[in-house]
Design a binder for this molecule. Structure first.
Ligand code: NAG
Ligand code: NAG
Ligand code: NAG
Ligand code: NAG
Length: 361
């Protein structure tokens, strides 16, 4: 009995803490909703700020946007050793010639990375990367350690590189290298927005009023001296989000005077956005951490899904196959797909892929 009680107490302590931090965070987000401290506390001099973003380029692909009307510059956050993932992306959703031929637009896919930490095998790896660059010419590598805690440095790389080498891209996307992107759906969505001349766009899977994690054993542990407030500003999941060209420039400008030691890159993006006066908007078919269910009715509307590696080629074939359009066409098809999506997405427990709302849009 005593033993059970102590286990319960320990668990309760955990839950309690978790619940309390969310209550605090939501109250902050929805009652106070002022992130003035960001401008005040996180501003640094341009010299200080540039220390986070002045690593020399080891590999670059400077001219890939030149003289082209680029609809979308798509940055994939990769790491030096992830050859297989890059190859899978190039031969599926990141195949630029396929996109150009089938969709009639220019999308440029670029892989961003640092260098592998530790000396062991680094030379050989760099040699392989040079070869890959000679074959594909789509790598951008800076001389910083490619680690989890340097993801914000990778974020800065993307915005700095865009500012210098592709400022005319109409949209910029940042995505993980284990994300599946339904590029045809994405391109149609962005073409619509482009026709409406949309500005101030930041779209993805939005986290609102997320509390900083204060448990030391968590991957996302946030020390008080790095972020002392009870709520993060709104931000989109880093798995995949899109900004319009004007926002890309504003974020770049804001980053020139911010302390980038906050190592959670998605949250840092939220910090830049506050300083730039931009707020994120939700799109139900951008996923967060979650993997979406496999079904043609889902593929019809999906934009991103997270956590794919071995199944990217399968998913690509399935997601752009002719079956997808036929299954959802006509009134009956629409009703059928709504029913299927309700079954797949409207679950009573939290699944972290698309929300139930996606069944009705
Ligand atoms: C921070 O400063 C920027 C630029 O001066 C401004 O546009 C923005 O609204 C400010 N944000 C807050 C929360 O005060
Ligand atoms: C990319 O698409 C083109 C045109 O559809 C195709 O010919 C080519 O084989 C594809 N590339 C890869 C690496 O799959
Ligand atoms: C980030 O990269 C820099 C430059 O290589 C390195 O000095 C630093 O230790 C790295 N930080 C982390 C947390 O890995
Ligand atoms: C940036 O923030 C860190 C804490 O996260 C702090 O240690 C550092 O001194 C700050 N840098 C500047 C220049 O204020």
């Amino acid at each position: 009995m005593c033993c059970v009680m102590s286990v319960l107490m320990v668990c309760w302590e955990h839950v309690d803490h978790h619940v309390m931090s969310h209550v605090k965070s939501y109250s902050y987000r929805y009652l106070i909703n002022s992130y003035d401290f960001i401008n005040k506390s996180l501003s640094v001099s341009p010299e200080e700020a540039s220390r986070f973003a002045s690593f020399p380029y080891l590999l670059n692909s400077k001219n890939i946007c030149r003289d082209k009307d680029v609809l979308l510059l798509l940055f994939v956050k990769s790491s030096p050793g992830n050859f297989k993932r890059r190859q899978a992306i190039r031969s599926t959703w990141g195949n630029e010639s396929f996109i150009n031929e089938e969709l009639g637009v220019v999308v440029k896919v670029v892989f961003a990375m640092g260098v592998r930490p530790g000396q062991f095998g680094r030379e050989a790896l760099q040699k392989k990367l040079h070869k890959e660059q000679a074959n594909h010419g789509d790598l951008v590598q800076q001389d910083f350690m490619d680690t989890f805690h340097n993801l914000t440095v990778k974020l800065l790389l993307q915005f700095h590189w865009t500012h210098s080498n592709c400022p005319h891209a109409h949209f910029l996307m940042s995505a993980d290298d284990d994300v599946f992107i339904h590029v045809p759906n994405l391109v149609h969505y962005l073409q619509d927005l482009h026709q409406q001349n949309v500005r101030n766009l930041w779209v993805g899977h939005v986290h609102r009023g997320a509390p900083p994690v204060r448990r030391r054993d968590s991957k996302y542990y946030m020390p008080f001296n790095m972020y002392q407030w009870s709520s993060y500003p709104d931000y989109t999941a880093g798995a995949g989000y899109v900004v319009s060209g004007d926002v890309a420039d504003k974020i770049y400008q804001a980053s020139l005077s911010l302390n980038a030691s906050m190592y959670i890159d998605d949250v840092f993006m939220g910090i830049c956005a506050i300083a730039a006066g931009v707020s994120p908007q939700e799109h139900v078919y951008f996923s967060g951490e979650g993997k979406t269910p496999y079904h043609p009715c889902i593929y019809e509307k999906m934009i991103t899904s997270h956590g794919h590696e071995g199944d990217i080629r399968y998913l690509w074939k399935a997601a752009i196959g002719p079956q997808v359009d036929s299954i959802s066409s006509g009134l009956l098809g629409k009703l059928y797909c709504t029913a299927v999506k309700m079954m797949l997405l409207c679950k009573p427990y939290f699944t972290n892929s698309y929300t139930c709302m996606a069944a009705f849009t």
